[in-house]
Design a protein around this ligand. Structure first.
Ligand code: SAH
Length: 206
């Protein structure tokens, strides 16, 4: 998998090492284990949610430029896989999930694997997790209708927000960097995520 990611243009060796170390098959349902390391498979993790393709996880993680002293926020814990990758790179990862059952399962997996620098909370991540911020990096793993302003506010100076933005059926991965009162935004590709459902996201059903 890591060789294929490298060929696909992922150059960040810390990200590649983290992806080599975290056993992705333990984050997906048994029925999908054989596909766990396939590059372009987004896999069912229950409750109608999916774990992103490996190349999307790699690209988003690389764009977040996580350093060893960083505090990181993830919105959309899902299986806990992306949180595990971030936890290999950061000092501490705060991750929030709106569905209690997924949060519970993710916590079990991360505990079983011995991760001690991840904290999971059940809440609406479109609000961020202000009391633990600010964050050097925020990674949103659900599709947002627009860049969530409250998340930009919870970035450190120079902090990076990686978020898929667009209509429900296709998004553009945006990297928003905070520079004083301004932001710099760039786009790093297309993606398809389940909707970010919450106060500053989508409504549950439309
Ligand atoms: N990062 C996950 C995949 C996430 S799928 C992994 O590595 O497995 C997207 C997740 O975002 C789903 O679990 C969904 O329930 C969650 N989600 C959607 N809207 C949310 C919100 N407003 N706050 C927190 N979690 C949300």
């Amino acid at each position: 998998m890591v060789e294929a990611l490298r060929k696909g243009g992922i150059r960040d060796e810390r990200v590649l090492a983290a992806m080599e170390e975290v056993p992705r098959h333990l984050f997906v349902a048994e029925a999908f284990r054989s596909q766990a390391y396939a590059l372009d498979a987004s896999l069912n993790i229950g409750e109608g949610q999916t774990i992103s393709q490996t190349r999307v996880v790699a690209a988003m993680t690389a764009a977040a430029q996580v350093g060893p002293d960083d505090r990181v926020l993830e919105v959309g814990t899902g299986s806990g896989y992306q949180a595990a990758i971030l936890a290999r790179l950061a000092r501490f990862v705060f991750t929030v999930e709106r569905l209690p059952k997924l949060a519970r399962m993710a916590k079990q997996r991360l505990d079983a694997l011995g991760f001690e620098n991840v904290s999971i909370k059940v809440m609406d991540g479109t609000l961020g997790w202000r009391s633990q911020g600010p964050y050097a990096a925020i990674v949103v793993t659900a599709g947002a209708p627009r860049v969530p302003e409250l998340l930009v506010e919870q970035l450190t100076e120079g902090g990076r927000l990686v978020v898929p933005v667009g209509p429900r059926d296709h998004q553009v991965l945006q990297v928003v960097i905070r520079r004083g009162q301004r932001v710099i935004t760039r786009e790093i590709g297309n993606a398809l995520f389940v909707p970010l459902v919450g106060r500053h996201g989508w409504e549950e059903e439309e």
